[in-house]
Design a protein. Structure first.
Length: 124
């Protein structure tokens, strides 16, 4: 039986699982007005950031209400993992929307694969 990528994307509550990307965004924004979204991994339970075990990248997508496709807002690569210089597993995105929908964040751990979460956002 063939599997799709969806079969390998993991989800959980970010408060109890260190790999889940937590989305910090307003619940409602004004149409066309810029706002910030922060996606972080390890918000409640710190994620290691070592060469052996790290978050390699974080991405944010938006699916407008009624749309069959997502729009990639951005992707941040995290390439410094170690004792001398280390990046935080956090990415910030600035955007504006014309209509509501759903934000989808993904994060990739080099040991534990792809993790995802989502949050609804209204425009009005």
């Amino acid at each position: 039986m063939d599997k799709s990528l969806n079969d390998y994307v993991k989800t959980a509550d970010w408060k109890s699982e260190k790999h889940v990307p937590a989305i910090a965004a307003p619940e409602k924004v004004a149409a066309g007005e810029a706002f910030e979204v922060e996606v972080s991994v390890g918000k409640e339970i710190p994620h290691p950031n070592t060469v052996e075990h790290h978050i390699a990248w974080i991405a944010l997508h938006f699916v407008p209400e009624g749309s069959p496709v997502s729009v990639e807002i951005g992707r941040v690569g995290l390439s410094s993992h170690g004792p001398v210089a280390s990046t935080a597993s956090t990415a910030k995105f600035s955007l504006s929307l014309q209509k509501g929908g759903e934000l989808h964040a993904t994060a990739y751990c080099n040991l534990h694969g792809l993790w995802s979460s989502s949050a609804k956002i209204a425009v009005g």
